[in-house]
Design a protein around this ligand. Structure first.
Ligand SMILES: [Zn+2]
Length: 278
């Protein structure tokens, strides 16, 4: 069933677990994500990123159709919406949540642009996620892993001034594969958890490591975004299948992709302790 992301995250907040948010872009990645969630009876957030597929209306139709018939609660979220317009498009396409990411702007401008989105989204019953501090790229980890981490006192102000429902925090993770060893500033995360009243989101889950991710959830993270690891797992099983003389046709390879993606996501759902929480 289709629900808002706020419902899922508020329950995770109380229950002490995190909902997995895989990046999805088409029917196959959605099916793989829903299969994993149903297999483990877990809530799930379908995280759509415009970089991976441009046709947001088409995506919305497919995602809504598949989510409505799912046996577990599903939220459809816009990942890293960079403008008011793209957030409005996502709302028109039927998403139940949007992330407005203006985290590279100075504080005041970030607040102003996020507020514009929360004002309209709240009236329409759509959840809003925003980012303070900035989660960078794993390929530039020496700088991005320590620069622009979220300040707990500023985070309190940001949540009050914007009226958002979930806050993405920069505590040491980064997007994509890491060049170097990932580390998380757990003291900062604990401080954020103590001072901020809404659910916290961790971006850049891939290749951070099971132990660090599990500890981050225990310290108060309620949503973990995943992309690279699921893509790599799906691509590996896809390629293996294509090499097989008897199985090397698109139909079987697509099923193999779904299987590899799904298995990896199941692994993470357990790490995030959201299995049997649907
Ligand atoms: Zn992200």
């Amino acid at each position: 069933m289709l629900v808002t992301m706020k419902e899922l995250l508020d329950e995770a907040h109380i229950g002490g677990y995190a909902v997995a948010a895989p990046n999805v872009w088409d029917e196959f990645s959605i099916v793989a994500s829903l299969k994993a969630a149903e297999e483990l009876n877990a809530p799930i957030i379908l995280d759509y990123n415009k970089i991976m597929s441009d046709d947001i209306m088409r995506f919305g139709k497919i995602a809504i159709m598949l989510s409505e018939s799912a046996k577990v609660p599903v939220a459809i979220n816009l990942d890293h919406g960079r403008s008011y317009d793209i957030c409005l498009q996502a709302i028109r396409a039927g998403f139940t949540s949007v992330m407005i990411d203006r985290s590279t702007l100075p504080y005041k401008e970030n607040v102003k642009e996020v507020k514009e989105v929360t004002e309209i989204a709240k009236r329409l019953g759509v959840t809003v996620e925003a980012e303070l501090g900035h989660v960078g790229q794993g390929s530039n980890y020496a700088q991005d892993g320590v620069n622009a981490l979220t300040d707990p006192m500023e985070a309190v102000r940001f949540v009050e001034e914007t009226g958002i429902d979930a806050l993405a925090v920069a505590v040491g993770t980064a997007h994509g594969a890491y060049k170097g060893t990932p580390h998380i500033d757990f003291e900062r995360l604990k401080e954020l958890r103590k001072s901020v009243s809404i659910p916290l989101v961790l971006h850049g889950g891939s290749s951070t490591g099971d132990e660090l991710l599990n500890k981050a959830v225990e310290c108060g993270i309620c949503k973990v975004n995943l992309s690279t690891d699921l893509l790599v797992a799906g691509t590996e099983t896809f390629n293996e299948c294509m090499k097989d003389e008897k199985m090397g046709v698109m139909f079987f390879a697509q099923q193999a992709f779904i299987q590899g993606f799904k298995d990896k996501l199941c692994h993470y759902i357990k790490i995030f302790m959201s299995d049997n929480k649907a």
